[in-house]
Design a protein around this ligand. Structure first.
Ligand SMILES: Nc1ncnc2c1ncn2[C@@H]1O[C@H](COP(=O)(O)OP(=O)(O)O)[C@@H](O)[C@H]1O
Ligand SMILES: [Mg+2]
Length: 397
């Protein structure tokens, strides 16, 4: 065993990082706040002047890199914060929790409970927050942005709702919330009791998004700390009521933010969205590995923008190497859930606030989403045992 990573070692590494304007290191300048080191996972905040926020992203990256180079570091999360930002909490990020390996579990607790627990229990096994009344949680993830994660999430939610299930969408995409636009909802959620937030609603589906809590034009520097607070609030304080399924639109990527969310809420299973070229670039595999690390079952892969059908002649053009997802899913031991072509109608409906599954329910693409939703729902009910939809009990007297 190598010696455990110490706080002192991390500070020493950060002393090599200079503030570009003041030419002194960020430790000496007192900019490093809330350093937390736990089982190889490191997190800290760098306190900066809000006016310099945008320019200091390279500094943040440099700080992460300096720490990452240390032996024994498994993950590094650095955020820029500013105490001067109105409404911002200077709370540093928390390091990703340690994961168990080789069947060894922490504190003798079972790894995870796939079912949302009863009301009144704020956390479940493994310290996860349970969302009262929510029977299942489906996370939609992608290796990077722009692959159609939000489009898939919204249409999956709509297709589940079309099955008469009670559905909610939690848009946890911190830097690019798109559900307000895709669901055609604007305004701010109410808080009738000053504590809980009532989700917004359209097409019979409840929605909560960063976009409702943090205005779109908020400068990035304020967004960091504000969104951390808002995310906490979204996970903890939303009055979802009774839901069969909560679909979470995760931020793109497979880093710590995604890991943290997956650890905080009892995700029943994850759906990974990929374009054919991501599959070639192994992004899908990264996503899969991330969820496996935290024992979240991966329901399968959806291939998006997988081919292009000519609107004039119906000729199918494979822009990227089509079919990779099916093969890759097989190879990785997960399921291929379905594919959607690159089609202007999908774009127009999702960006126009009228997702295709609800606005053109009989279209070919809506049917494809419904088939994906059917597969996902089968997996949810299997994961929950009989808990997804209670089977009638046979009582022998
Ligand atoms: N199958 C598709 N065909 C055409 N446009 C699509 C398709 N899927 C997504 N889009 C469009 O691509 C853009 C990015 O999709 P989005 O769902 O926002 O991606 P992500 O959430 O992964 O960043 C959006 O404008 C969306 O409408
Ligand atoms: Mg998105």
């Amino acid at each position: 065993m190598p010696p455990a990573l110490s706080e002192a070692a991390v500070r020493q590494a950060l002393q090599t990082v200079l503030d570009p304007d003041r030419q002194k290191d960020i430790v000496t300048l007192g900019m490093v706040q809330g350093l937390a080191v736990k089982d190889g996972h490191v997190a800290f905040a760098i306190e900066v002047d809000p006016r310099r926020g945008a320019q200091l992203e390279p500094l943040r990256k440099q700080a992460e890199k300096a720490v990452d180079a240390l032996q024994g570091v498994l993950s590094v999360t650095a955020v820029l914060t500013s105490e001067k930002a109105p409404g911002a909490s200077a709370q540093p990020p928390r390091p990703a929790q340690a994961h168990s390996h080789g069947g060894h579990s922490h504190g003798g607790q079972p790894q995870r409970d796939p079912r949302a627990g009863p009301a009144g229990h704020p956390t479940g096994p493994g310290g996860k927050m349970l969302v009262p009344g929510v029977k299942s949680i489906i996370a939609v993830a992608s290796g990077k942005g722009g692959v159609g994660k939000s489009t898939t999430a919204v249409n999956l939610a709509m297709a589940l709702a079309a099955r008469k299930l009670k559905v909610g969408i939690l848009d946890a995409d911190i830097y690019g919330p798109s559900q307000p636009r895709m669901m055609g909802i604007s305004g701010r959620p109410h808080s009738p009791d000053g504590k809980t937030l009532t989700p917004m609603e359209n097409y019979g589906v409840k929605v909560m998004s960063m976009g409702f809590l943090v205005p779109e034009d908020t400068p990035m520097i304020w967004r960091g700390p504000m969104v951390m607070g808002a995310l906490e609030q979204m996970l903890r304080d939303v009055a979802w009521g009774e839901l069969d399924a909560l679909v979470i639109d995760l931020p793109p990527g497979t880093g710590d933010a995604q890991l943290t969310i997956s650890q905080r809420v009892p995700v029943t299973g994850a759906v990974i969205v990929s374009t054919p070229q991501d599959i070639a670039l192994l992004d899908a595999r990264k996503g899969l590995n991330m969820f496996r690390k935290v024992d979240v079952p991966v329901f399968g892969i959806v291939e998006n923008m997988s081919y292009h059908k000519c609107v004039n002649c119906g000729h199918v053009e494979h822009i990227f190497s089509h079919g990779g997802a099916r093969k890759e899913a097989e190879r990785l031991g997960t399921e291929f859930l379905g594919e959607l072509p690159l089609d202007i109608v999908i774009r127009e409906t999702s960006d126009g606030g009228t997702p295709i599954t609800v606005s053109k329910p009989d279209s070919e693409h809506a049917k494809a989403y419904k088939q994906i939703a059917d597969k996902v729902w089968d997996k949810v009910t299997a994961a929950l045992g009989s808990g997804g939809r209670q089977a009638p009990k046979i009582v022998i007297q």
